[in-house]
Write a protein that binds this ligand. Sequence first.
Ligand code: FPP
Length: 252
Amino acid sequence: MNDPESGTLARPQHVAIIMDGNGRWARARGEDRHIGHQAGVRATRRVVEACANRQIASLTLFAFSSENWRRPPQEVNSLMELFLVTLENETAMLNRNDVCLRFIGDRAAFPPALQEKIAMVEGLTAGNGGLRLNIAANYGGRWDITHAAQCLAQEVEAGRLRAQDIDETRMHAYVCLADQKEPDLFIRTGGERRISNFLLWQLAYTELYFTDTLWPDFDETEFDQALRYYAGRQRRYGRTGEQVEQEGGGDV
Ligand code: FPP
C-alpha cells in the first residue's frame, strides 16, 4: 500500500501505456493485422473510459513510435487511415466527456489530412478540464530529449541562457508533457518487458507493470489489476523504506 496515512489504495495520477499485441491477436484468429488494430481501438476506448471514471488525471498512449515507419507500407497506411477515422468517430464523445486531447511527437511526417485533424481536435478540446489524453504518435524518447537539447542550445545561442545554468529543471521544461505530472504507472501489454524508446526522461521514477495480455483483450478488470499492483508499491525516490514509513510517501 503506497498511501499508509489514509489507509486507502493510492491511485496513480498519470498512467502511460505501450499498447502491444494487436498483430498477434489478429493472427491467432487467422485475421489480417489491421483487424487487430481495429480491436485495439476498442480496447483504447475502454481504458480511456476507465481512467475518466477513476478520476485519473492523465493517460498517455503510445500509438505510433518513430520506429513504426519500418513496418510494411500497407500497414503504415492503414494505421494512418485508422487514426484519422478514429479521430473523426470519437472526437465528439471525447469533447462531451471533457477530455483534453493532445498529440506528442513529430507530426510533420503524417499525411496532411491527419495533421489537420489533429490540430482541429487539439484546438477543440484544449480548454477541457477532465482527463488529459496524450497520444504519442511518431514519438520517440530519444527524439524528445534531443529536441529539448536543441531548444536549450537555441536559448544559449541567443544569449538568453548560460550553458552552466542548464540543469534538470530547465531540461524538464522542454521535454513533452512538462505541464503534467510524470507518469506514476507504466503498463505494457503483449508480453515484452521493454520501454522501447517511450518517455525515456519522464519514466525515471515510474512503477513498471508488464502483462502478457494482448492489447485488444485488455479491459477494465485488467486495468484494475495494474492499479492494484501500483497500490502495493512503495515509492522511495532514493530514500530508505524506513524513511518512507516515517515521513509518508510523495515526491521527494
Ligand atoms: C501494437 O501492436 C500497436 C500499435 C503499433 C499501435 C496501434 C495502436 C492502436 C491501433 C490502438 C488505438 C490507438 C489510438 C490512439 C487510435 P503490434 O502491431 O505491435 O502487435 P504485435 O506485437 O502483436 O505485432
